[in-house]
Design a protein around this ligand. Structure first.
Ligand SMILES: Cc1ncc(COP(=O)(O)O)c(C=O)c1O
Length: 430
């Protein structure tokens, strides 16, 4: 096996063999870490092939918000599986998707829902909708987007083009991507004036602005206030620029409200959701649109219609899982649990801020972040190893250690995660 092992455990045959063929995500295949072999999940536990378990601190990249294998979601999926795992969505309709669209509309106040497969495609769809919204009104020069440094919107072409161009993930693809207006996130009077100048000077070419409200996730887990989102939104309205909220990561309770934008008292023109939509069970995403956006696609001619339709669009099994996940938000006290997680994380992490090796500690909803000073690539990989050795599944990146656990995590499990992080951060050489 050319890759290093994160834990000393015997590699099952399928891993050994498959490693000759698999191409892993975000991984240097020459000298990175081999993935840990997982055989099952339950609640907030991941069981490895040797029987060891890890406490999951990141809920499979923010998605398994009710914990793994929640019986209510599994039973809804099992029922749907026996009945109809999939049927195409162009020309055919099924209850799970239509029900889900109605429920998402009620939750967000955005009346129209377009389903796709992943967060990245939800962003692509939003960008296509924005461009065509203007084209359908004979304003064909409005084709570009404003986005922010440290943003992350996905790995497909449009989504990459509005993500941070410098953070190392997409740099090499720059010559292949469309040019956008990627600017600093404004924070004060001076930077807002600069930001507004970009909108004003380029409004003829700008179709929309895309942002992750309250939390820039994979671009560095940076937080900003609801007031900043509200002011950006106001300026978009003033300059005829569509406001796209990318809540693929922040949606479904993660920041303490069902959707982050709701804390700003705004109503986006377009909203992207994914990740936790199915409670971490199936890939599904949606782009929600206002009535005004939707109406611009109406007309006698097909050319005015939205030309998008993934093969597995609105997959019934995934929609059944999403409906069951929404049931849980209705039936169980998720937002209260998130409040408790926020308090526990803050109590467990706040003292780290005094350490010389720590740049910042921040917590919002069920997101906890320890930002290190000058951490090296090797140190971060070593940390990942230490966490795994201590029985915790955490995936630090850049100079960030973060927690995005299931909302159902037991107090003691969260305590263990916090203690392990504290311990390893304290042991870090400055
Ligand atoms: C804010 C945001 N948008 C879009 C995406 C892309 O989603 P996916 O990985 O499902 O394509 C992500 C993924 O991390 C994200 O955090």
């Amino acid at each position: 096996m050319p890759l290093k092992s994160l834990l000393k455990l015997p590699a099952p045959k399928w891993l050994e063999e498959g490693l000759q063929h698999i191409w892993l995500p975000y991984a240097q295949m020459q000298n990175g870490f081999a993935p840990l072999p997982v055989i099952s999940t339950e609640g907030t536990r991941i069981t490895l092939s040797n029987g060891e378990t890890l406490i999951d601190g990141i809920a499979s990249w923010w998605s398994a918000c009710h914990g793994y294998n929640h019986p209510h979601i599994l039973s809804a999926m099992q029922q749907q599986l026996g009945q109809m795992p999939h049927v195409m969505f162009a020309g055919l309709a099924h209850e799970p998707a239509f029900k889900l669209a109605t429920r998402l509309s009620k939750l967000t106040g955005l009346p129209k829902v377009f389903f796709s497969d992943s967060g990245s495609t939800a962003v692509e769809v939003a960008m296509k909708m924005a461009v065509q919204y203007w084209a359908n009104q004979h304003r064909k020069t409005k084709t570009r987007f404003v986005s922010f440094h440290n943003a992350y919107h996905g790995d497909t072409m449009g989504a990459m083009s509005v993500s941070d161009p410098e953070n190392g993930m997409h740099h090499v693809y720059a010559p292949y991507m469309p040019m956008q207006y990627v600017v600093d996130l404004p924070a004060d009077e001076y930077s807002f004036a600069e930001f507004e100048a970009v909108l004003k000077d380029n409004k003829k070419t700008i179709a929309g602005l895309i942002m992750e409200p309250l939390v820039q996730g994979a671009g560095g887990m940076r937080f900003h206030s609801p007031d900043i989102v509200a002011e950006i939104y106001r300026l978009c309205k003033e300059h005829e620029i569509l406001f796209i909220a990318d809540e693929v990561a922040t949606g479904f309770g993660r920041t303490g409200s069902m959707f982050a934008y709701q804390q700003s008292g705004i109503s986006p023109d377009l909203l992207c959701v994914g990740k936790a939509l199915t409670g971490g069970t199936m890939t599904l995403a949606a782009t929600l649109a206002s009535e005004e956006i939707f109406n611009a696609f109406l007309g006698e001619e097909l050319t005015k219609a939205l030309m998008h339709g993934p093969t597995y669009m609105a997959n019934p099994l995934a929609c059944a899982a999403a409906n069951a996940s929404l049931d849980l938000f209705e039936k169980e006290p998720r937002l209260k649990q998130i409040e408790a997680i926020e308090a526990q994380m803050w109590a467990g992490l706040k003292s780290l801020v005094d350490l010389p090796q720590v740049e910042d500690v921040r917590v919002m909803g069920a997101i906890g972040v320890v930002e290190l000073k000058n951490a090296t690539w090797e140190q971060m990989f070593l940390l990942r190893q230490k966490f795994a050795e201590a029985g915790c599944w955490l995936r630090p990146f850049g100079n960030i250690i973060y927690l995005t656990p299931a909302f159902t995590i037991a107090k003691e499990d969260l305590e263990t995660l916090l203690a392990v992080i504290s311990n390893e951060v304290r042991n870090l050489k400055h």
